[in-house]
Write a protein that binds this ligand. Structure first.
Ligand code: TTP
Ligand code: MG
Length: 385
């Protein structure tokens, strides 16, 4: 069967990596708390993801940890290890890239493959995807689900229908039978609020969306029209090629609020180091640097400035960030959160050999493989909730 568009998405990604790294966690309800998909710290109480064993108790991403503990008291609660997730993501992507002429990564653990025009080479994309899934399983020991179809929106729905650890196809002839009877929340873009609005207007399943183009547009404007397109299996604005990245940043909620300047500086350095190498990884430099801080009473301060020459090293970026930070911070109140952000991004190809080597090592072994001696071990990578 040749279906040109594939969506892949690793199952319970953070939890699967934890189970892979620690055999004692396999087959158990594992709940990862601590980091989000950008590596930012969410250590104050939210579930990042839950293994499928934990999901059977009703535990979900985004749920407060205290609620998860009520639903699943026997669960194993672990802190996030973002650099391990990044390293596993990079290996999986390398495997998948070998097969696909066109790959668009849409998240740390997911993306689209486009085999349009490759029918001669791959007459059966279903067989090919089974092979890719086996390779990921054999080489990285992580379960990945895939969906195949004729558009991105349908491939994504197919992937979700195949989860966990499955492969699901939706051909043109299957749309009425498989897609139309699904509840509206199976459609990407329909969250709990939209679901209520639609439900109040008698729209419960995808077939209802297909029948109600005008009603949807009147009800929800452009958003409604895009839902209508998605329900028809047509890629709407959300499924176009990815918009260009506008900014790259990192922020972290501190383990403990602090007004210790050298501690703050060390964290700022670490954030700058991560931002610097992410920019390089994407072949970008920035024309603007900014910092943010949050006080314990949740007041936020932000400062940014335009720069003509982008720093050549993480420490140059750090000096810019510290200068901005010192104009924003009152120098006595404790700080709860720190962030560094770069924007006005531009393409850059002039890397020094030293930086290229560091970048290569970070890509291969994860971003924590090399750290400046200036960075204290400040981020709670192994938080026990
Ligand atoms: P998802 O692919 O949405 O979720 P998942 O891989 O855990 O589970 P599945 O795909 O099988 O449904 O997100 C990938 C990772 O991103 C996830 O493992 C943890 C992180 N994440 C969060 O930190 N917070 C969130 O709210 C979500 C949805 C994901
Ligand atoms: Mg996933």
């Amino acid at each position: 069967m040749f279906l040109p568009i594939v969506h892949f998405d690793l199952d319970a990604f953070f939890a699967s990596v934890e189970q892979k790294l620690n055999p004692r966690l396999r087959g158990k309800p594992v709940i990862v708390c601590g980091v989000d998909p950008q590596g930012q710290n969410v250590n104050r109480g939210v579930v990042s993801t839950a293994s499928y064993e934990a999901r059977s108790y009703g535990v979900k991403s985004g749920m407060p940890v205290y609620q998860a503990r009520i639903l699943c008291p026997q669960g194993i609660y672990v802190g996030g290890n973002f650099s391990a997730y990044q390293a596993h993501s990079a290996i999986v992507l390398t495997i998948i890239k070998r097969f696909a002429p066109k790959l668009e990564q849409t998240g740390l653990d997911e993306g689209f493959l486009d085999f349009t025009g490759c029918q001669e080479l791959y007459p059966d994309t279903k067989i090919l995807c089974e092979k890719i899934r086996r390779q990921v399983q054999n080489q990285v020991s992580l379960p990945v689900s895939m969906g195949l179809s004729i558009s991105r929106v349908l491939a994504k729905i197919a992937c979700n229908l195949g989860k966990p650890n499955g492969l699901f196809t939706i051909g043109k002839e299957d749309i009425k039978r498989i897609v139309h009877p699904l509840p509206v929340e199976y459609l990407p873009g329909v969250g709990p609020k939209t679901q209520i609005v639609l439900g109040n207007n008698g729209i419960k399943i995808i077939a209802d969306l297909v029948k109600n183009e005008i009603k949807l547009t009147n009800l929800l404007g452009k958003f409604g029209y895009n839902l209508y397109l998605a329900a028809c299996g047509i890629d709407n604005i959300w499924f176009g090629e990815r918009a260009e990245i506008k900014s790259i940043g990192r922020s972290t909620t501190l383990v403990k609020n602090t007004n210790n300047a050298s501690h703050i500086n060390s964290i700022l350095f670490q954030l700058c180091d991560e931002v610097f190498y992410e920019l390089l990884d994407k072949n970008l430099t920035a024309g603007c640097v900014g910092i943010s801080l949050r006080y314990p009473n949740f007041t936020d301060k932000q400062k940014s400035k335009t720069i003509s020459d982008f720093p050549k090293t993480p420490s140059e970026l750090y000096h810019q960030a510290v200068e901005l930070f010192n104009t924003a911070w009152d120098k006595k109140t404790k700080v709860r959160l720190l962030g560094v952000r770069t924007s006005k991004l531009k393409k850059e190809n002039n890397l020094t050999p030293r930086v290229k080597t560091i970048l290569m090592l970070k890509r291969k072994y994860g971003s924590d493989i090399l750290r400046s001696g200036f960075v204290l071990d400040t981020r709670p990578v192994n938080l026990k909730q």
